[in-house]
Write a protein that binds this ligand. Structure first.
Ligand SMILES: [Zn+2]
Length: 162
């Protein structure tokens, strides 16, 4: 159920603060107001909200919604969703290692040692990572934890930053 905030009858200078306070609390709300409030809609768009506007009887309903996040649409998630092959150097024998950008551990074909790489992506800290990664979220978080453990075990001089 979406919270409905009726601001009709409220003084003009109390409307915006109330609307933004309710948005903070509920994330998404419907606002009932007398007429289409252009300055409010502009402000909401600036903050990334999606605003739908409906005329109902003697008032207007604004449906204020969070933008839908399409999994993998963020460029920062591309290293995970659309990994690219890159060439790295083995820190043990200097041979070339082919590594996909979503891989943490790669075994060097020359010396057989396991090399650990950093995953270079915003998903480690982005607050939308869970939505952005969708089904891949758990797998990626598991992998990142594994990376943390590997790092702890590794001698830093042998650790490569991607
Ligand atoms: Zn090697």
């Amino acid at each position: 159920m979406v919270e409905v905030v009726d601001v009709r009858g409220l003084e003009r200078d109390k409307r915006f603060p109330l609307i933004f306070q309710k948005l903070e609390e509920h994330g998404e709300i419907d606002v009932i107001i007398e007429t289409k409030p252009e300055p409010l809609i502009k402000k909401l768009h600036e903050q990334g909200y999606i605003v739908k506007f409906k005329e109902e009887e003697d008032h207007v309903r604004l449906e204020i919604r969070q933008p839908e996040i399409i999994p993998g649409s963020c460029p920062g998630a591309a290293t995970i969703f659309r990994p690219k092959l890159e060439i790295k150097q083995c820190p043990y024998c200097n041979a070339e290692i082919e590594r996909w950008t979503d891989e943490i551990k790669v075994t060097c074909e020359n010396c057989g040692k396991e090399v650990v790489f950093e995953i270079d992506s915003c998903v480690q800290w982005c607050e939308y990572a869970e939505k952005c990664l969708g089904d891949k979220y758990e797998e990626v978080m598991k992998t990142l934890k594994e990376l943390e453990r590997s790092k702890a075990k590794l001698d830093f001089s042998k650790y490569i930053k991607a």
